[in-house]
Design a protein around this ligand. Sequence first.
Ligand code: PMV
Length: 327
Amino acid sequence: MTRATAQSCANIAFIKYWGRRDDDLRLPLNSSISMNLDHATTATTVAFDPALETDQVTIEGAETTEQAARRVSTHLDRIRARADISTRARVVSRNSFPMGAGIASSASAFAALTVAGCAAAGLRVSERDLSILARLGSGSASRSIPAGFVEWHTAKTSANSYAEQIVPPDHWDICDLVVIVQTGHKAVGSSQGNQLVHTSPFATARLAEAERALPVIRAAILRRDFTMFGEETEQEAIRMHAVAMTSRPSLLYWSPATVGIMQAVREKRAAGTEAYFTIDAGANVHVLCQGADAGTLTAELSVLSGVQDVITNQPGPGTQIITAHLF
Ligand code: PMV
């Protein structure tokens, strides 16, 4: 039996991945930019065991649904094909944050599965190829492989669509305060939402805006220009949700508490605390601020209506092999 454990951060996208040119290869319509979240992590152990007849997948201490297990098996098949093995595996995975609520748990899950799976299979794979492999499991997982601030390139071919670091985690002292207002699974996952993008009349306009804003956000990160970064990031989140809301069927991820926090963030900004929001495919709000404001803002956000928890994240590392095993 060979086994390995990897730990991966979830990431928050400033330019979103929303829409694909190829569903099977998970090739995105536009390039995206994100930051890894150091306090939203997944640890996954993969153990190849010749005694097993099927893959066994345990997430958060419980056996997974058949659908989730199949998606993990399909991903392990990609790794097995590379390693030229057919051995089945035991997979055990734990998150440090609630799943399926708009913190991209699929990103950290598939990044950790990719790195642990390749190591357990004895493969030596470059960071670029790990990112490509992770992308095939879940698009946003490609961005959780490198450390810090990351750009995932759109491309017409699989070999050219990977994520790479823009700057390392210590480049910029900013925080993502994840304001949790909902922890249950959302009705429509991002995989399905991605397939509906073309049904929105605003899809083309949003794509053009994402292409315009990407180099602006990249430059703002490089220059540490928080105002430019925050304004562009907040607008992009609203554009993504405008596309989701105007898809057929319409996807409305926000709850009343979501909107309450969006408004509170704008009020705080008007009152002089620079904070901006972004939201993935869920009801929880990611509040972006500078490190010096994180403590006060966390305390203020925690007491707002409907808020269950606030998770403070700084820019996080890339996916790493860790020695401790989960079983
Ligand atoms: O990779 P997925 O299927 O989890 O899609 C993620 C989509 C968003 O989180 C909404 C946007 C993004 O770029 O992370």
